[in-house]
Design a protein around this ligand. Structure first.
Ligand code: NAD
Length: 489
């Protein structure tokens, strides 16, 4: 492939785009063709993290006292800049993460929509007044920002997840240190750039890149950090939760093992569609992705036949090529994880198709990427590892169920509770499902994936701390603290 100059991207600390004090860089690789370096980023150390936290602390008093109309205007202007560059930034997102270009563009536009939502919603977020007997007194709550907050995000939605964390933090008057995943830092860089260009004062948003092992302690364990909003694996989230200081508010959005229940009355073609879109688009790399399909026995064989037939039609290849359905795995580690679970699945259950690494002579055009074919297993039981553990790849596990009650019991029999769906025409099942399922996001005849900017989002059980919701008004609550004021004359 032709060699092109690779751009080096800096940190944003105290309003300056600066290199790391370590002098080290790391490469951001294209998962569709790992010979391509998408960009070079700063391999920061603890001193950089300290500088970012200090800058955020120094900027806090000024930002919290900045009129809210001015804060909102900055979010709106940043949104406009992201929208104006959505095509170019989507191409960068696809090159660094692998998802199809159309989905990458949607993600940038949704991120802009998130900034606009909080620019408006934040301006009507208020306290309450309380009726009481003393006419000489007024009792009310006022909401105040927390201070310095840390935002840590994963690679699978590298701009929309940071946007939904950073926008509510900023509109409520907090200052931010943002560390994106090292596997897809460029889209987060564009978000930080959009806000800096829109006139955010120095130090209000700081952007640093590098390994969690170098930065994690300073960003998460410092008493100066008043809140951490983290999205990522349950293992990393558990570590952060254990080590956070008593005065640090923590919001952790973690892994999932999301079920789709297919009832005997379901439209089977639609139910296949839900599994394909929910489980395999984004190459199965969505926290809310469908990974278990619980199918009623009377329709099991027909459903599996239809599902396998649809899976065979899916086009695998670069997200830059229109018409491809499934891109590469985003990282080498994720590819290895998927291949490992396919091996486990082959030992535990019935392997119907897929799960092969696509790099041989038959797939020469994919040879330089981290590609794997989508896999389907049947005969899966709830004691198997492929039924219990998050794989985060294009692997579907079909589990036979005898009744609605059996389906619910099995759907709930994992430690996770992020998202869950049911395919049915029966209003009784729909109604009961919303009550019975242990999941923070409940979908009826819709994919387990997908959530609105203006509605609360988050998991139950080990999928989340379930303290405060992301998206919607819950995020404004997370980033503010309440004072109750008794004002006499
Ligand atoms: P990850 O946990 O490896 O990393 C996520 C981020 O946390 C990265 O920026 C990483 O550098 C940082 N990190 C890791 N350990 C840390 C520590 N000890 N201290 C501070 N920071 C640390 O996750 P990933 O591989 O990037 O993403 C995939 C995971 O994210 C999956 O488990 C998926 O389910 C989850 N996810 C959840 C949601 C949700 O909303 N619930 C959304 C997307 C992804």
């Amino acid at each position: 492939m032709p060699s092109v100059a690779v751009e080096t991207f800096c940190n944003l600390i105290a309003g300056q785009w600066v290199p790391s004090a370590t002098g080290r860089l790391f490469d951001n690789l294209n998962p569709a063709d790992r010979r391509e370096v998408v960009g070079r980023f700063q391999a920061c150390g603890a001193a950089d993290a300290r500088a970012a936290v200090d800058a955020a602390q120094a900027a806090f008093a000024g930002w919290r006292n900045t009129p809210i109309g001015k804060r909102a205007k900055i979010l709106q202007d940043a949104a406009a800049w992201l929208e104006a560059h959505a095509d170019a930034f989507a191409a960068e997102l696809t090159r660094e993460e692998g998802k199809p270009l159309a989905l990458a563009k949607d993600e940038f536009l949704r991120s802009a929509q998130t900034l606009r939502f909080y620019a408006v919603e934040g301006q009507s977020y208020t306290g309450e007044t309380f009726p009481q007997d003393d006419r000489e007194m007024m009792v009310y709550t006022q909401r105040e920002p927390l201070g310095v907050v840390t935002v840590i995000s994963p690679w699978n939605f590298p701009v929309s997840i940071p946007a939904r964390k950073i926008a509510p933090a900023l509109i409520t008057g907090n200052t931010v240190v943002f560390k994106p995943s090292s596997d897809a830092p460029l889209s987060g860089y564009r978000l930080a750039e959009s806000l800096a260009r829109a006139g955010l004062p120095a130090g209000v948003l700081n952007f640093i890149t590098g390994a969690a092992s170098e930065l994690g302690a300073t960003l998460c364990e410092s008493g100066a950090v008043r809140a951490i909003s983290f999205t990522g694996s349950t293992a990393a989230g558990t570590h952060i939760h254990r080590h956070a200081s008593l005065t640090t508010r923590v919001q952790l959005e973690l892994g999932g093992k999301n079920p789709l229940i297919v009832m005997e009355d379901a439209d089977l073609d639609r139910a296949v569609d839900l599994a394909i879109k929910g489980g395999l688009s984004l190459t199965g790399q969505a926290c809310t992705g469908t990974s278990r399909i619980l199918v009623m026995k009377p329709v099991l064989d027909a459903y599996v036949d239809k599902l396998a037939a649809r899976m065979r039609t899916l086009k695998i290849g670069s997200g830059m090529v229109a018409g491809n359905d499934i891109g590469p795995m985003a990282t080498a580690a994720q590819l290895e994880t998927v291949l490992k679970y396919v091996e486990i699945g082959r030992r535990e259950a019935t392997h119907i198709m897929g799960g092969e690494r696509l790099d041989g002579a038959a797939h020469a055009e994919l040879a330089h990427g981290w590609y794997v074919s989508p896999a389907l297993f049947t005969g899966v039981t709830m004691d198997m590892r492929i039924a219990q553990e998050e794989i985060f790849g294009p692997v579907l596990a079909v589990i036979a169920v005898d009744s609605y009650a059996d389906a619910i019991a099995k759907a709930n029999a994992t430690p996770y509770g992020l998202s869950a769906a049911i395919a049915t025409r029966n209003p009784r099942y729909m109604h009961d499902f919303a009550n019975d399922i242990e999941a923070g996001t409940v979908k009826i005849n819709r994919t387990t994936t997908g959530n609105l900017v203006n509605a609360p989002f988050g998991g139950l059980k080990s999928s989340s701390t379930s303290t405060f919701r992301e998206s919607g008004r819950g995020a404004l609550e997370f980033y503010t603290q309440i004072k109750t004021v008794y004002r006499g004359l």
